[in-house]
Design a binder for this molecule. Sequence first.
Ligand SMILES: C[S@@+](CC[C@H](N)C(=O)[O-])C[C@H]1O[C@@H](n2cnc3c(N)ncnc32)[C@H](O)[C@@H]1O
Length: 144
Amino acid sequence: MLSTNNKIRMVSWDFVGYRAGEGRYGIHDYPAMLHYMLVRKLIEKFGRHKKVLLDPFCGSGVSLCEAIRAGKKAMGIDINPLALLIAKVRSSNLDIHVPTDTIIKEAMTSNPEVPKVKNMEYWFKPQVIEALGKLRRAIQNGFL
Ligand SMILES: C[S@@+](CC[C@H](N)C(=O)[O-])C[C@H]1O[C@@H](n2cnc3c(N)ncnc32)[C@H](O)[C@@H]1O
C-alpha cells in the first residue's frame, strides 16, 4: 500500500499489464466501461457465494460478462440501447455456422451498406463504420 497526498493507493488494484480492451472487451470503446479486472476482483471478494449479479447500470456489460465467467446468472438494465446491444453481444457465445474466413472474405470485397443512425460518428470511428457496413452487406447477401 502506498500513501500519496493523503490518498491511499493499493498497488494490487492497478492491474498493470491488463489492457481494458482485451478479448471480448475490445469489440467497442463504450465510453463508460469498467476495467474487467476490477470487476473480477470485486466479484471474487464480495460475490463468491452469490448466485446472481444484477447491474441496474450495466453499460456495455463488463460486470455481466464477469459474472457469467464466474458461473453466476447475470441481469442488466441500462437507459442506453446501444449499451444494451453491446452488452448482449459481449455476453453471448456466438453461434456462427459459416467459417469466419468466408464471412471476412465476402465482407472485405463488399461495398459498405451503412444505415442512417443518429450520432453514429460520435459512437463509432470512421473505419469501424466502414467495416460494420461491409459486414452488414455480407449479411444481407446471405452469408450469415
Ligand atoms: C459507468 S457505466 C456502467 C458500467 C458497467 N457497470 C460495466 O460493468 O461496464 C454507467 C451506465 O449507467 C447508465 N445510466 C445512466 N443513467 C441511467 C438510468 N437512469 N437508468 C439506467 N441506466 C442509466 C449509462 O447509460 C451508462 O451506460
